[in-house]
Design a binder for this molecule. Structure first.
Ligand SMILES: Nc1ncnc2c1ncn2[C@@H]1O[C@H](COP(=O)(O)OP(=O)(O)OP(=O)(O)O)[C@@H](O)[C@H]1O
Ligand SMILES: [Mg+2]
Length: 368
């Protein structure tokens, strides 16, 4: 199946008021499949909005090309591209009713009244605002306004919907509710979404694939599981959530994996790595892969140490431990029923275990 969106080697520079230039996009290539939910994730200033704006045609590229549904659009103006954008600030018309807000682009396009009426009604039903059409925008909650913005962007039946941090203005509960609704809506309308966020949890829960950006470059593009379990480098590993990164040196190569010596002296068997003998690497260990239970973990790495801090986060405890050989480890521990009083307390002695299979080597080098 050919991709609905194909960005090839996109480069975009801005000149600064001081007379310099910023490379906002530095050779970005990205394919999005039909019906796919793709998220652009990265820190402020990494180029997320710029990439959306070049796809929608509000910014020109200095280099590279963009195709939508097999048609080159690199030099087409925004209104000739079959995409629409939902912005962070929804930019709704406050003095118009919901129905008129949603109808606006169809009115501009000169569609017949009856056609507009039925399409607007259909859209409002889809976003759960059926029967609210005559209300004014300023009579709506934040979540309802967000739904109007979605309806307005979808009513023109774009092939791709671009969403630039559309949920960032909402409080946490509403945001989570809208995440689910948005995902359901995307599945119902069956078009590709390119969604921008700098919230890693949001990216992981909503997306089919995530592109992690830094300094105008894609560091890694893959499924949420791939990025979380097998990040390509330290930047991706850190950006996708809490983890332990332990320094190590590769001492011996095996057919697929390698043996590495941790700074604390333990011998680690790495299931797979490209790292060469003598190379210094970091080993990623996700906190949920650190265990207190030794019976299942014969042969696992073992860390004896002292509990520094215990944080209760609902279902689990996050326990910070400093091992006797100087390794700091963060572990997510789930108390058994008999431990309801708490798994452990600061100052307590503890032994932690990590399976060799849970070690994932990462390089510190970013994609250049
Ligand atoms: N019109 C402009 N003129 C000059 N520089 C710009 C312009 N727009 C963006 N930039 C710069 O380009 C880089 C990428 O900006 P962009 O808006 O794409 O970042 P972003 O990833 O969307 O960030 P945020 O998460 O803060 O929205 C930044 O360094 C920014 O300062
Ligand atoms: Mg932005």
């Amino acid at each position: 199946m050919s991709p609905i969106l194909s960005v090839k080697d996109a480069t975009k520079r801005y000149s600064t008021p001081e007379g310099g230039t910023i490379t906002a996009l530095d050779g970005v290539s990205l394919d999005v499949q039909q019906n796919e939910f793709v998220t652009l994730l990265g820190p402020s200033g990494c180029g997320k909005t710029t990439l959306l704006r070049t796809i929608s045609g509000f910014e020109d590229l200095e280099g590279g090309s963009i195709e939508i549904d097999g048609t080159p659009v690199t030099h087409l103006p925004p209104h000739r591209r079959p995409v629409n954008t939902v912005f962070q600030r929804y930019a709704l018309f406050p003095h118009l009713t919901i129905a008129r807000n949603v109808a606006y682009s169809l009115e501009v396009a000169g569609l017949k009244r009856a056609e507009i009426g039925s399409r607007v009604g259909e859209m409002l039903e889809l976003v759960g605002l059926g029967g609210f059409g005559d209300r004014k925008i300023n009579q709506l909650s934040g979540g309802q306004q967000q739904r109007v913005a979605l309806a307005r962007s979808l009513v023109a039946r774009p092939k791709i919907l671009l969403l630039d941090e559309p949920l960032s203005a909402l409080d946490k509960n509403l945001r989570q509710k809208m995440q689910q609704e948005l995902k359901t809506l995307q599945e119902e309308v069956g078009i590709a979404f390119v969604f921008v966020t700098h919230d890693q949890e949001e990216a992981l829960t909503m997306s089919d694939r995530v592109a992690v950006l830094s300094d105008g470059k894609i560091q890694q593009f893959g499924t949420p599981e791939e990025l979380y379990r097998r990040p390509r480098n330290e930047f991706v590993a850190r950006f996708l959530g809490a983890g332990n990164l332990l320094g190590a040196t590769v001492s011996e190569r095996k057919e697929a994996g390698a043996i590495a010596i941790l700074e604390s002296g333990q011998v680690a068997h790495l299931p797979s790595t490209d790292a060469a003998r003598g190379e210094r690497i970091k080993l990623l260990i996700r906190p949920e892969d650190v265990r207190m239970d030794s019976t299942r973990d014969a042969g696992a790495l073992r860390f004896e140490g002292t509990v520094k801090q215990v944080l209760f986060v609902g279902t689990d405890y996050i326990v910070h431990v400093e091992s006797d050989d100087g390794v700091e480890l963060k572990a997510t521990l789930r108390p058994r029923a008999e431990d309801r009083g708490g798994v452990t307390a600061p100052g307590a002695r503890i032994t932690l275990f990590v399976q060799h299979e849970a070690l994932h080597p990462v390089t510190s080098a970013k994609v250049a």
